[in-house]
Write a protein of this length. Structure first.
Lengths: 82, 256
């Protein structure tokens, strides 16, 4: 399973990026760089990730760092998948 | 909001829409309106309810509870009965799906469940909602607060989250709500995302329980954007078409 591809698909869907997420890499900055990424979007993305991969993030597993870049988010998901 | 079929169209019965919660309801307005219009044109009488404290309802969200919401659903069914359009489907979106299920069981409503991406766990949904507060802090836009919403609710106080006031009663009711299979005439479950998606584990478990009760169950994987959460207002034509067909099926693929 390509975790990065799945995460980018979720980002594209929830942020209405119209396919632009496909061009993102691990280094692409998220929080602060993508204007559509507000607190509501962050919550939606976490929820979508949880439902897609069937796990639950504890509150202390998500902070500003998690959403700093695509790579950081993908790593957080991969860590949960074990 | 009530939509009735045009004069020349044969009447099919009633559909009650049980909405999503908070921002999910806001973002899904257009898609819900489109579906309601399509169904009305096809002969259905569609009633969209504003749950206590939501939308145009007269109450305050701070006074809402899961119990008052269940009653809102029951009253809507009663209203359609009185109007001569007995409810054939409770059409629940997201948390509305869970509420519809609960109401069906509580009041023995004897109709079908047509569910769009239903929430199976009220506790999980509440947790996701309360996250808005923490993420407001993470994104750096919210004022710091001494107590978290979870702590406030625990203490029996209302908590403001993302512009919505959550009452402790509503939180408690939501936390306890969990989808259970009860006797419906039929269940049409719409999983929204890609048309090739496998049924989610939550569905598989419930479908087994429904089938044990002799309830016909149909799962639809439909191509659709996450319109109840996406940044831009989105619609899903495939979902409109599939729902139109499903409402007149008897779940064995036969059109009524």
């Amino acid at each position: 399973m390509d975790v990065q591809k799945e995460v980018l698909a979720i980002l594209d869907d929830l942020l209405s990026l119209q396919g632009r997420a496909a061009g993102m890499t691990r280094d692409t900055a998220l929080l602060g760089a993508v204007p559509e990424l507000d607190s509501m979007a962050v919550v939606g993305i976490i929820g979508a990730i949880e439902e897609r991969f069937d796990f639950v993030f504890d509150d202390d597993e998500i902070d500003g760092q998690t959403f700093s870049s695509v790579g950081a988010l993908v790593d957080a998901v991969s860590a949960k998948l074990g | 909001m009530l939509r009735s079929p045009p004069p020349a169209v044969p009447r099919r019965g009633g559909i009650v829409h049980v909405p999503a919660f908070a921002e999910e309801m806001n973002k899904s307005r257009r898609m819900v309106a489109l579906q309601a219009e399509a169904w009305a044109a096809d002969g259905w009488t569609v009633l969209q309810i504003d749950l206590h404290g939501c939308g145009d309802s007269s109450g305050e969200l701070a006074d809402a509870s899961w119990e008052t919401w269940l009653e809102d659903v029951r009253l809507a069914c009663e209203r359609l009965e009185v109007l001569g359009a007995p409810v054939r489907w409770l059409w629940g979106l997201r948390l509305g799906g869970l509420l519809a299920c609960d109401a069906l069981e509580r009041f023995g409503l004897g109709c079908g469940l047509l569910l769009w991406q239903p929430v199976a766990s009220g506790a999980q949904h509440l947790q996701q909602f309360l996250r808005l507060w923490k993420m407001g802090q993470v994104v750096g836009k919210a004022a710091a607060s001494e107590r978290t919403p979870a702590q406030l609710l625990e203490a029996g106080c209302a908590a403001e989250v993302g512009g919505y006031v959550m009452s402790p009663l509503l939180a408690a009711g939501m936390r306890q709500a969990s989808m259970r299979a009860a006797r419906a005439t039929a269940v049409q479950w719409f999983q929204l995302g890609t048309a090739q998606a496998e049924p989610l584990p939550a569905f598989v478990k419930l479908a087994e329980q429904w089938r044990t009760l002799g309830v016909p169950v149909r799962h639809h994987a439909v191509e659709s954007p996450t319109f109840w959460q996406a940044q831009e207002i989105e619609v899903a034509p495939a979902l409109l078409r599939a729902s139109l067909v499903a409402a007149v099926e008897d779940c064995c693929g036969v059109s009524a």
